[in-house]
Design a protein around this ligand. Structure first.
Ligand SMILES: [Zn+2]
Ligand SMILES: [Zn+2]
Length: 333
C-alpha cells in the first residue's frame, strides 16, 4: 500500500496459520522489525516497534489492512526489552487498552526505572574501565539512556511470563525463555504445527549479538551472555521447529543448520582471539579493536560484548590467563 507520504508499506503476510507479520520501519541499522498479530481466542500482538511516527503509522496501517483496529487487540507480548521491539508499548496500550506481558527482567527497562538506570550506568562504567576502554569513549554509556528516551516511552508491564508456561489467552502457545541476546528474551512456540516466534534469538542473515547486561541481583557477577545464548540456541536445536518467525528479516526453515553454523562460528572466533594473544597480552578493548577494526569505536557496546563473550568461552575452558593491572583486566595465553 502507498502512504500519503509516498512511502510504500508491504501488506501484512500470513506467515503461519493465523499469524500475520507486520513489517515496521526503524531508524536503526538493523532495518525494519517484524511484529506478529496472532488471531485466535485472544487477539495478540507480539512486539510493537520503536516509538517513531513512521512505526506508529505502519502498525496502525498493518492492523487496518487485516481488518482490525488497535482497540481489538487484547494483549501485547514483548519478546525482549530492546527499543526496536518495545518502544511503542505505552502508546499502543493507551490507545487499545491491551494488557502487556513480558519476562520479569524486561520490567526495569520498559518502565525505565530510575534507580535501575543508575545501576545500569555504574555497571557499564566499571565494565568499560576494566576492559581498558579509553576515557574519550565512555560517553557511549549515556547514549543507551538517550536511545531509550528517544525511541521508547516508559510503559507498564501488566503480567509476567516465564519459561514453559502457556501464553495467557492463547493456551496452544508456550513461552520459551531464550536469554543471551537480551536477559529478558522470550520466544513463543506452538507445538501443534511447530511454529516459533523467535524475536532476535534466531535471525537468518544477522548473527545475533549476545549483549553484555548487568546481573539480575546487584551483588552477583554479570551473566555470561554468550554462554547463555549458546545454551538457549542448543535448546531450540533440540526442539522440532518447522518455521521460525523472526524479529528481523526472512523466516527460517532450517533452524538446526543455522544454529550449528552460529555455534561453529563462536569457536572460529575463539581461535582468532587465541591467535591475537600469541603476540602478547591484551585488554578486551584492544582485542575488540583487532577483531573489529572498522566497527569497534562506532559500535562499542556490540563489539565489546562480542569480544567479552568469546573471552568468557576461553576462560571457562581455562585457555587464557587473566591479570588485573591498575583496575584493568589483561588477558594472555
Ligand atoms: Zn534485540
Ligand atoms: Zn531487534
Amino acid at each position: 500500500m502507498t502512504h500519503p507520504t509516498g512511502r510504500t508499506q508491504s501488506m501484512p503476510q500470513e506467515t503461519a496459520p493465523g499469524v500475520y507479520q507486520i513489517v515496521i520501519p526503524t531508524p536503526f541499522s538493523v532495518g525494519p522489525v517484524n511484529v506478529y498479530l496472532i488471531t485466535g481466542s485472544s487477539l495478540t500482538l507480539v512486539d510493537v516497534g520503536p516509538n517513531t511516527p513512521a512505526a506508529w503509522e505502519a502498525l496502525q496501517g498493518g492492523l487496518k489492512a487485516l481488518g482490525y483496529k488497535a482497540e481489538d487487540v487484547q494483549q501485547v507480548i514483548l519478546t525482549h526489552h530492546h527499543v526496536d521491539h518495545c518502544g511503542l508499548l505505552r502508546r499502543f496500550c493507551a490507545e487499545s487498552g491491551a494488557r502487556s506481558y513480558a519476562h520479569p527482567l524486561a520490567v526495569p527497562y520498559v518502565e525505565m526505572d530510575k534507580e535501575f538506570m543508575e545501576f545500569h550506568n555504574q555497571f557499564f562504567f566499571r565494565l568499560y574501565r576494566e576492559s581498558g576502554v579509553p576515557e574519550r569513549l565512555m560517553t557511549v554509556i549515556d547514549k543507551f539512556y538517550q536511545l531509550m528516551m528517544t525511541f521508547c516511552e516508559p510503559a507498564r508491564i501488566d503480567g509476567l511470563l516465564k519459561h514453559e508456561q502457556p501464553l495467557p489467552g492463547l493456551p496452544e502457545w508456550k513461552v520459551l525463555y531464550t536469554p543471551g541476546h537480551a536477559q529478558s528474551h522470550l520466544s513463543l512456540y506452538r507445538s501443534s504445527d511447530q511454529v516459533m516466534i523467535g524475536g532476535d534469538h534466531i535471525l537468518k542473515r544477522i548473527s545475533s549479538n549476545a549483549f553484555i547486561e548487568p546481573p539480575r541481583d546487584r551483588s552477583q557477577a554479570r551473566p555470561l551472555t554468550l554462554v547463555q545464548y549458546r545454551t538457549a540456541l542448543q535448546m531450540c536445536a533440540d526442539i522440532d521447529i518447522r518455521l521460525v518467525l523472526p524479529g528481523h528479516g526472512e523466516v527460517v526453515t532450517e533452524h538446526r543448520e543455522l544454529i550449528a553454523s552460529r555455534l561453529q562460528r563462536n569457536w572460529e572466533r575463539t581461535d582468532t582471539l587465541r591467535r591475537l594473544l600469541r603476540d602478547g597480552e591484551k585488554t578486551a578493548f584492544e582485542l575488540s579493536a583487532l577483531l573489529f577494526p572498522e566497527l569497534y569505536e562506532k559500535e562499542l557496546p556490540l563489539t565489546l560484548s562480542e569480544t567479552l563473550g568469546h573471552i568468557d568461552l576461553l576462560t571457562i575452558l581455562h585457555q587464557i590467563e587473566i591479570r588485573r593491572r591498575d583496575g584493568v583486566f589483561v588477558y594472555s595465553l
